[in-house]
Design a protein around this ligand. Structure first.
Ligand SMILES: [Zn+2]
Length: 386
């Protein structure tokens, strides 16, 4: 449906937190697994299409594949298979109008396209963010505990010659109720010894140790890089009550003046708390990615709520898409619509001039992300934030 805020589609859109898409043909159960945060199929006789996300997908994606809106899930997936995953990915990514993908590569990188491939499929620029916990797991598996910290630092420095930031999934590994200070070197070595001893022979190392999670945070803080933190809603690994971003308050205070920036991702249902933190702390930013797709037709309200306290120079766009190219297209369509509706409403209330609405939209859609990650308009890191 055309709106008076269609001008938003002409603006650059930086997806500052996303993942790669799968480029193999998908069965219906495999596709349904990509459109839910649940880790199990819908109960017998029901479908994950019967959600806000499913209805939004059926409203906005079939026309990109030459089908009418609200084509049945079976017809949609048949058309998807007929076109093939490469063509489907290319069509949906390009339809999104996303100009820059900042791709986090820490979750099942073996199954998805690389940042470079995402840029090629989407005719867009791409950059990479690396996951601290995955680096720690790889370093701990390859080095003696006494060498862990030195090897972790060297690995992180190496990754940051290419990556524009780091991500932490502490929310999935016990939550944010952690000591907000850096651990000592001996404490780190002891934690690695214990971690390896507790992991059964032949099992992969999975980092949940709070000392080592803090060690990763502080190594990143000392490097003054952008640090993405998963906050709030996610898959069933999350204990939601331990991911309220207010639990990070002391860490954020302690990291003031470090030069590091904190990017609070997703945040739902704590998007108002995240907005408060972005408001009071100069180095905190936030988005409502993921929640935009999963709240579908209701997402405009979530976007507007997230902009109640978040300064406009601290809000960003992300899709948090993983696997299905539909999630990029939906993220972009719903975000532009929600932001446009919010700006229109505030303009109606207080007479915000059109050029001021556009200036604010530019900040949120691309300029804030370019500034905080040091991206220039060719997509390369400028090094300004290091
Ligand atoms: Zn993510």
């Amino acid at each position: 449906m055309p709106t008076s805020t269609e001008w938003l589609t002409t603006l650059d859109l930086v997806d500052h937190h996303c993942h790669g898409v799968v480029e193999s043909d998908l069965t219906r159960p495999q596709f349904e697994d990509l459109i839910t945060e649940s880790d199990v199929p819908a109960p017998a006789g029901t479908t994950h299409f019967d959600t806000q996300l499913g209805m939004a997908l059926r409203a906005h994606c079939p026309p990109v594949l030459d089908l009418p809106a609200f084509a049945s899930p079976d017809d949609y997936l048949a058309r998807r298979a007929e076109l093939g995953a490469h063509e489907v990915n290319q069509r949906l990514l390009r339809a999104s109008g996303i100009t820059d993908y900042v791709v986090e590569t820490g979750f099942r990188p073996d199954l998805i396209l690389s940042p470079e491939q995402m840029g090629e499929r989407g005719a867009a620029r791409s950059a990479e963010v690396v996951r601290l916990e995955l680096l720690a797991e790889q370093v701990a598996a390859a080095h003696d505990p006494a060498d862990f910290l030195t090897a972790f630092r060297a690995r992180l420095d190496h990754e940051l010659t290419r990556a524009v930031g780091v991500k932490s999934v502490a929310a999935y590994r016990g939550g944010f109720e952690l000591d907000p200070t850096p651990p000592g070197e001996e404490e780190v070595t002891r934690a690695v010894v214990q971690w390896r001893a507790q992991t059964p022979e032949g099992q992969p190392l999975r980092l949940t140790d709070p000392v080592l999670i803090r060690a990763g945070w502080w190594e990143a803080i000392h490097r003054a890089v952008p640090i993405q933190l998963h906050v709030g809603y996610g898959d069933p690994d999350v204990d939601l009550h331990r991911t309220n971003p207010l639990l990070l308050s002391d860490l954020l205070r302690n990291a003031r003046c470090s030069g590091a920036s904190f990017l609070l991702l997703h945040c739902y249902p704590f998007h108002r708390e995240a907005g408060y933190l972005a408001h009071v702390f100069e180095h905190v930013y936030c988005d409502v990615g993921l929640a935009v797709n999963y709240t579908g037709a209701q997402s405009a309200q979530v976007i507007a709520e997230s902009l109640e306290l978040t300064p406009f120079h601290k809000a960003l766009f992300s899709s948090d898409a993983w696997g299905a190219a539909e999630l990029f297209h939906l993220g972009a369509v719903l975000f532009r619509r929600g932001l446009g509706e919010a700006l229109e409403r505030w303009a109606a209330a207080d007479g915000w001039p059109a050029e001021e609405q556009e200036r604010i939209a530019r900040m949120i859609c691309s300029e804030n992300a370019r500034r905080v990650y040091g991206l220039d308009r060719t997509g390369r890191a400028t090094g300004e934030t290091r």
